[in-house]
Design a protein around this ligand. Sequence first.
Ligand code: PNS
Length: 160
Amino acid sequence: MPTRAVCPGSFDPVTLGHLDIITRSAASFDEVVVLITHNPHKHGMFTAEERAQLVTEATTHLPNVSVDTWTGLLVDYTQREGIDVIVKGLRSSLDYEYELPMAHMNKRLCGIDTFFLLTEQHYGHISSTLCKEVARYGGDVSSMLPEPVAQAMNAKLSEE
Ligand code: PNS
């Protein structure tokens, strides 16, 4: 049976750190769904559709990766779609503290395991939130984002 993994997150927008986790997941699992999921605690720069489009553009070279959006509980999606595992990236102990209760909750809700991949060190300081903040103040974040994402962020900021 092929193993289906999901990489859930806000991806507002997808960074090279995310792309590293997606790429390594795609090398370890038969199929990977990057799921743009609603986080009620975060206010977005891009719509869910725009985020999905940017992830699609950044992952065209990965044939076993697909992209989807979801506004409900993550475990409802994994059960509906026959997903076997959740994959998350960990940059630091702060991410660990944030992710641990979610992994336990998802396990409790439907038995699904969460696999954690350690972020490559040179991506450890990159987050969508910091990239947006630095870019808003005119800083150059183009080396931290896939090329189409850097262009889309510049376009979005020039509209603000
Ligand atoms: O990239 P993020 O914002 O840190 O990802 C968090 C996310 C979207 C994966 C998490 O908020 C989530 O799973 N949301 C879906 C709703 C849900 O299932 N909530 C309960 C999580 S235990």
